[in-house]
Ligand binder design. Structure first.
Ligand code: F6R
Length: 366
C-alpha cells in the first residue's frame, strides 16, 4: 500500500509531480490563453462583480492561502484578505453579496473551515472551495469547488495537498485576472507556460533527496530552527517550520526575512540553523543581505536556491537547489526540500512520521 516507500508521507512527497499534473489536467488552454475550472460554477459576470476576496483555512491550507493572496493580488489586482478559519468565524466578518470567500481544505471536513463557510453563506456571500476530497462537506456546501485531485493523502502531515492547493490558487488567480480584464490572452499563455514544465521540474527537485538526508544528519540535533523567506517564499518558510514541528517535534519558526531584525535575530547563534528560502527573484539581493546578517552572528545557514544562481550566496553551511522557474511557481518547487528535510530529520529521530503525536488527519472538532 505504501508502494515500496517506508512511510505514506514519503510516498506522497514523491507523488507530487503526478498530483500536480492531475490538478492541471483539462484546465489549461494555452492556444486560447484561457483557464477552465469545471466546478467553479460562477459566471464571468459574477466574477467581475466581486469587490472583495477572503481566503479562509487552517494549518497548512492557511499557508497555501497566504500564497493565494500574493497570486490573486498580482494577477487579478483584487485585494485579498487571508484568515485563519477559527478567527474568521467568530469575528462577524465583513461579507456581502459582492464578497467571494475561498475556503481551502484538503479533507473538506475541518470544523472551523466548515463553520467559516456557513458564516460567509449566511451573510449572502459567494463561496468557492479548494478541496481534495470529492463530495466532502465543504465541497458540497460551497457554491463552487476547485478540486485539487491530489489523490488520497494518508500521512498526517500534508504534502501533496499543499502543493496542489498552490497550483489550484495559481489557476484561480489566472482565471480571475483573465475574466476581470487584468490579463490578456497573450499574457495568460505566458503564465500557463511554466505550469507545463512544472511536473518535470518537481521530479528534478526530488533528486536532492539523498543530499537532504545528509543535511538532516548534520542538523538533526538542533533544538530550534528558523525559516526565512520573502514574498511568496514567506508562506513556504511557515510551511517548512510547521512540517518540522509536526513530525520531528523540533521547535521551529517561520518569519518573513525582512522582519528578522525586528526580533527573531536575537535567537541566532551557532546552535540555531536558519533555513533561507532564496530562489532567484526581485528580492534575491535582499535575501542575501539578510543571510549575511545571520552569518555575522554565527548562525548556520541552510540555503534553498535556484540552480545556476548560487554564486552570490557565498559561504553557506548547506545548499539545496531547485530548477529555475518563475517567481509565482517557485514556491511549489521550494516546498519539496522543506518536506524532505522535515521527513529525514523525523526518521533519524525515530518519531512516528505518518501518525505524529497529538495530531489527527482531519480536525472535525473545534
Ligand atoms: C499540517 C496539516 C494541518 C492541516 C489542517 C487543515 O501538515 O495537515 O495543519 O493542514 O488541519 O486541514 P484541511 O486542509 O483538511 O482543512
Amino acid at each position: 500500500e505504501k508502494g515500496g516507500f517506508k512511510h505514506f508521507m514519503l510516498k506522497e512527497i514523491y507523488e507530487q509531480p503526478r498530483a500536480v499534473s492531475d490538478t492541471l489536467a483539462g484546465r489549461l488552454f494555452p492556444e486560447r490563453g484561457e483557464i477552465f475550472l469545471e466546478g467553479l460554477n460562477l459566471t464571468d459576470e459574477q466574477l467581475r462583480g466581486v469587490e472583495k476576496l477572503n481566503i479562509v483555512a487552517c494549518g497548512t491550507s492557511w499557508h497555501a492561502a497566504l500564497g493565494g493572496k500574493f497570486l490573486i493580488e498580482k494577477m487579478a489586482r483584487l485585494s485579498v484578505e487571508v484568515d485563519i478559519a477559527s478567527e474568521f468565524r467568530y469575528r462577524d466578518p465583513l461579507v456581502d453579496e459582492h464578497t467571494l470567500t475561498v475556503l481551502i481544505s484538503q479533507s473538506g471536513e475541518t470544523a472551523d473551515t466548515l463553520a467559516a463557510l456557513r458564516e460567509a453563506k449566511a451573510k449572502g456571500g459567494i463561496t468557492v472551495a479548494i478541496c481534495n476530497v470529492v463530495e466532502s462537506s465543504i465541497a458540497r456546501e460551497s457554491d463552487g469547488v476547485i478540486y485539487t485531485h491530489a489523490g488520497p493523502e494518508i500521512g498526517v502531515a500534508s504534502t501533496k495537498a499543499f502543493t496542489t492547493q498552490l497550483v489550484a490558487l495559481y489557476l484561480l488567480a489566472l482565471h480571475l485576472g483573465r475574466v476581470r480584464g487584468m490579463i490578456d490572452a497573450v499574457r495568460c499563455r505566458e503564465l500557463i507556460e511554466p505550469l507545463l514544465s512544472l511536473p518535470r521540474k518537481m521530479e528534478q527537485a526530488l533528486e536532492s533527496d539523498e543530499q537532504i538526508q545528509t543535511i538532516a544528519r548534520e542538523f538533526m540535533h538542533a533544538r530550534d530552527f528558523l525559516y526565512l523567506g520573502r514574498g511568496l517564499q514567506y508562506p513556504i518558510a511557515l510551511e517548512g517550520a510547521l512540517k518540522l514541528k509536526e513530525i520531528s517535534y523540533i521547535h521551529a519558526e517561520g518569519y518573513p526575512a525582512g522582519e528578522m531584525k525586528h526580533g527573531p535575530i536575537a535567537l541566532i547563534d551557532e546552535n540555531v540553523p536558519v533555513v533561507f528560502l532564496c530562489p532567484i527573484n526581485d528580492t534575491f539581493e535582499k535575501a542575501i543581505s539578510n543571510m549575511e546578517e545571520v552569518r555575522a552572528r554565527s548562525g548556520r545557514v541552510i540555503a534553498v536556491a535556484t540552480e545556476g544562481h548560487v554564486g552570490p550566496l557565498g559561504d553557506v553551511d548547506a545548499l539545496i537547489t531547485v530548477p529555475e522557474t518563475t517567481d509565482e511557481i517557485a514556491p511549489v518547487l521550494t516546498s519539496i526540500p522543506m518536506q524532505l528535510l522535515a521527513y529525514h530529520i523525523a526518521v533519524l529521530k525515530g518519531t512516528d512520521v505518518d501518525q505524529p503525536r497529538n495530531l489527527a488527519k482531519s480536525v472535525t472538532v473545534e
